[in-house]
Design a protein. Structure first.
Lengths: 501, 153, 332
């Protein structure tokens, strides 16, 4: 198959006036959706289905790709500015981005995130075009045993990163794992730990927990910590500069490329963009010469994480386009859209519908270009939010968090839950626990449990399945290696501390 | 090991101990089905609950070093700021279906601004109504979320 | 001669009476007088949402829509949020919901106290069929080979399904039961709904999948998998070589249907109206096109037939779930 004429044809199809206009609209809407907490790209794409009836398939798909990419770009903005990650994949962005904003470097953080997003997004489309089929076959190798080992690896990697107090970090992680087990159990269909609340049968939405512990938690923390301080009534964060200096640019390139690769590969596995952003952050912290600054305003982890979650878009599309199998929420909705146009999505899609599919791939490039052009100047506008005095900004965050939670299922139950998780977030912070560990346990927990049980049910020789599958074994060995290395270095560090003291 | 005495060090571990017990009991009472597997729907949350209990116990015994992020938090602040904020938010959720989005949201914002120290009511009113309108336009008009704006709509 | 005041009073009274009679007459002859709320028990973009859109489209295009619909999604709670919502709308003729057999399953599993008797089944509309699929290089050539292996040892073959409890699962249990397999012991692994189970079959992680026919057929046409049997009452046009269970000598047919439910004590006028309306709709060209596009099959049943069918299904499910130990205590 000669792909170059197909690509050129794709671009010429995508670059018509109505298609560019719909890409612009999609990118704008996607950015808004990404910026606002709660409603995510998959719901937005689904809400666009009725509008898309009136369009031809190419135009509608281009618009939806714009939404998909735009949401990934937008997610960084609220994470950095107001500590409210809109999606699970931008949690790690908030961890360093918000401290950066408080140091007056919020603009710099946003610019690096946008550039990282652009490079990550673009590289992943290149990857999608060149190595889609072999990678899709590789992704099929990932069964339950492999999934479990990867999740386990990610959890251990994260747990060893929690520097302040390992014990508190692991406690928070376990809390997250318990939260993830609430709801209908996939294997038996019985409701677990739902306390008779019907809304809990579907489990707790990750976004609800995230908006609660980060957004509402931050509002409560601000209110209580400024009590009795007269000067606090005038306090504002302040926009600060937003053009990165040479040193900041230089520190960004490594994380961007490493993050893109991690994001692309994890997007390919069903894990979606969440795993990629956590993993790439952890890698950067391990590679860094100043790991102690992570979580207090280091650019590297945050940049890598944003590059990763954009790079996951290309990876996640691979199973859909080459095998007709959707993975993440948004690709599943895209499958429905393709069906609506009578396209019969399946393994033959790239062959039967080659011109249309290449138009869609071309539109991904266009969406990324539009987004970087649109969003870089927008940083200068968004950054002004930080000039709002905090006594006004914080209540507004509270409203955004509530309405955002409501928008997920148009249900007030979610608003109540956001408030409850806000209270939890406040008390966790008061007692020195990291909400990040809770969120990590929450978002990876369900797959960890289910893949463990699926693997054990499939296996004919019990837990040995995790050791007999090569990919699974590899990840378990990596996990063991990390634990050993950490134990050794910690001991060394302690000896050094003792000799100093 | 020194036993922690400060409320901030003991409150959450105590609550977690209770939560762990509740999770364990409710997992234990799940029915056994033929489709259940080795780890099962029961074992996994049960094991997590035991782990959580052990970890909270260790924390209560002072196994983790004290932390330094909570200097700004005073009990008076919790009573005067945390409690009213939670109360306002609860009232907000109750008021939303009765008063509609516009009135409830603007009222919540004004109450919070006042609580956080801004006493100029006209300014509070202006900012609150502006933000309410903007939020409504973003979520309801642009994204099509079903929000009833007023009690009569 | 009557006083002027009295005459005026009389005229007013008569006018009022006339208006009241006219109003009542109006109300009687013209259901619906306002828009009807249609509530799919799923999120936008899902299967039930597609039904809502297809219904709206068919009625609009065929100019059969008397009053517009408003669509409200009640996705949560595994379908239970819709059921509770309908129960709360008791006697309201202006709400209809779209749901699947989860209405029966959830009550049997004990996740909700209301069953199909607590709402009004209005009509059954469509169905999908389930099938058994194996990878193209599988050693199994027919479903009977698998059933024979299962009869020797019920744990010898592991099945993948999308979710539990579901028709995917019953499509394994019912044929096994007929063939005398100890079906309570068959190993069934649930993967995340949708594509995940198919990916696990293609990757060789499970030997057999019981899944929706429409999901498997594109893979079969590309030569990646082989479909061994389909749960339809007779062979399907799109896969003329695939036997249905009856062709294999097994008296099983499974409908993965979707139907319309109303609130309890739904007014008779509303119930009759929608029965007639949907009976006419399913004959239209637009509706049939939608069915083809989404690989659905017509399974129209009027309200009375639907109710009988539900009662039958409920007993079958009760028996199967009972054998799996999945019934809520006190439901046996």
């Amino acid at each position: 198959m000669d792909t170059i004429p197909l690509i050129m044809n794709g671009f010429s199809q995508a670059l018509t006036v109505p298609n560019i206009l719909s890409a612009l609209f999609g990118c704008f809407l996607g950015t808004v959706v990404g910026v606002l907490p709660g409603i995510g790209p998959s719901t937005t794409v689904a809400l666009m289905i009725p509008i898309s009836f009136a369009m031809n398939p190419a135009t509608a798909l281009i618009m939806m790709m714009g939404v998909y990419c735009g949401a990934m770009y937008g997610g960084a903005i609220t994470s950095i500015l107001i500590n409210v990650p809109g999606e699970a994949s931008s949690v790690m962005t908030a961890v360093d981005g918000y401290p950066l904003a408080r140091q007056g470097r919020g603009g710099v953080a946003m610019v690096l995130c946008q550039v990282g997003s652009f490079i990550g997004g673009t590289l992943s489309i290149v990857g999608l075009m060149i190595v889609a089929l072999p990678l899709a076959m590789f992704a099929l190798e990932f069964g339950p045993a492999e999934s479990f080992s990867v999740m386990f690896f990610a959890l251990i990697l994260a747990a060893t990163l929690i520097s302040e107090s390992m014990l508190r970090g692991i406690t928070a992680l376990i809390m997250g794992l318990i939260l993830a087990s609430i709801g209908t159990d996939l294997q038996t269909g019985i409701g677990r730990l739902t306390m008779g609340v019907p809304e809990l049968l579907d489990g707790i939405d990750n976004v609800v927990v995230i908006i609660g512990v980060f957004g509402v938690g931050e509002v409560l923390w601000y209110a209580v910590s400024t009590y009795g301080k007269a000067e606090a009534t005038l306090e504002r964060i302040g926009a600060g500069r937003w053009i990165p200096n040479r040193e900041e640019w230089r520190s960004g390139w490594g994380p961007i490329f490493r993050g893109s690769l991690t994001g692309f590969l994890t997007g390919l596995l069903a894990a979606g963009s969440v795993l990629g952003s956590f993993l790439s952050y952890s890698f950067e912290k391990r590679l860094s010469k100043h790991p102690e600054q992570f979580g207090k305003g280091a650019l590297e982890g945050m940049t890598a994480c944003e590059s990763a979650n954009n790079a996951s878009t290309g990876g996640a599309l691979i199973p859909l386009l080459t095998l007709g199998i959707p993975h993440s929420g948004t690709t599943a909705v895209l499958l429905t859209v393709l069906t609506m146009y009578g396209l019969k999505p399946g393994p033959q899609l790239m062959i039967d519908q080659a011109p249309l599919m290449w138009t869609v791939i071309a539109s991904l490039y266009i969406a990324n270009v539009i987004l970087i052009i649109m969003n870089l100047p927008a940083v200068g506008i968004f950054i002004r939010i930080l000039d709002i005095p905090l006594k006004f900004l914080m209540p507004i965050i509270l409203v955004f968090a509530s309405v955002g939670a409501y928008s997920i299922n148009t249900s007030l139950t979610d608003v109540v839950m956001v408030l409850l998780f806000g209270i939890l977030g406040f008390f966790m912070r008061w007692s020195g626990f990291t909400p990040v560990a809770l969120v990590l346990g929450m978002v990876l927990g369900e797959r960890l449990e289910q893949s463990l049980r699926q693997a054990l049910m499939i296996s004919s020789d019990g837990a040995l399945i995790f050791l007999t599958k090569p990919i699974s074994l590899l990840f378990l060995l990596l996990t063991a290696a990390i634990v050993v290395v950490d134990l050794v270095t910690r001991k060394k560090g302690r000896v050094a501390d003792d000799s100093e003291g | 090991m020194k036993h922690p005495t400060k409320l901030s060090e003991t409150l959450l571990p105590v609550i977690l101990l209770v939560v762990a017990a509740l999770v364990f009991i409710s997992a234990w009472r799940l029915p056994v089905t033929a489709t259940a597997d080795l780890v099962g729907p029961k074992m996994y949350p049960g094991a997590l609950a035991v782990l959580l209990a052990v970890l909270s116990g260790l924390l209560l015994m002072g196994a983790a070093p004290p932390h330094g992020d909570n200097e700004g938090i005073k009990l008076a602040g919790i009573v005067r700021r945390f409690v009213p904020l939670v109360l306002f938010s609860t009232l907000y959720v109750l008021a939303l279906p009765l008063l509609g989005f516009m009135i409830a949201t603007a009222a919540l914002l004004m109450a919070c601004f006042y609580l956080l120290g801004e006493r100029r009511h006209w300014l509070n009113f202006l900012i609150a109504s502006g933000c309410t309108l903007a939020t409504y336009l973003l979520f309801a008009t642009l994204l099509g979320i079903q929000l009833s704006a007023f009690p009569w709509s | 001669m009557l006083s002027k005041t009295f005459r005026v009073a009389l005229v007013i009274l008569a006018a009022t009476a006339l208006v009241m009679i006219a109003r009542q007459g109006n109300a009687q002859q013209a259901y619906p007088t306002k828009s009807v709320q249609m509530v799919p028990a799923g999120s936008p973009g899902g299967g039930l949402d597609i039904h809502a859109r297809a219904i709206e489209q068919a009625l609009t295009v065929e100019k059969m829509l008397d009053k517009p619909f408003t669509v409200l999604h009640k996705g949560g709670g595994g379908g239970n949020l819709l059921t509770s919502y309908l129960v709360n709308q008791k006697g309201n003729g202006y709400v209809i919901g779209i749901n699947s057999n989860r209405v029966l399953l959830n009550e049997l599993m004990g996740t909700i106290e209301y069953g199909f008797m607590d709402v009004t089944p209005v009509v059954r509309l469509t169905t999908e069929y389930n099938c058994w699929a194996v990878r193209a290089d599988s050693k199994y050539k027919t479903a009977l080979d698998i059933l024979a292996d299962l009869k020797k040892d019920p744990t010898s073959v592991t099945f993948g399904v999308g979710t539990v409890p579901s028709n995917d699962q019953f499509n394994i249990l019912l044929p096994s039961k007929q063939k005398g397999v100890d079906y309570g012991k068959v190993k069934i692994v649930a993967f995340d709904a949708g594509g995940d189970a198919m990916a696990k079959l293609l990757g060789g992680h499970v030997p057999v999948l019981s899944t929706g026919f429409s999901e498997a057929i594109t893979q079969a046409e590309a030569g990646k998998v082989r479909i061994l049997s389909v749960s339809a009452p007779s062979k399907l046009d799109r896969a003329p070589n695939v036997p249905c269970w009856k062709d294999l000598g097994i008296d099983v047919a499974i409908y993965h249907w979707r139907g319309i439910y109303g609130p309890p004590d739904m007014p008779k006028e509303a119930y009759d109206y929608w029965n007639k309306k949907f009976a006419a709709m399913v004959k239209t060209k637009t509706w049939k096109e939608s069915l083809d596009k989404f690989e659905l099959f017509d399974a129209f049943l009027t309200g009375d037939e639907f109710k009988k069918e539900l009662a039958k299904d409920n007993e079958t499910y009760r028996e199967l779930l009972g054998a799996m130990g999945m019934l809520k205590k006190g439901k046996k």
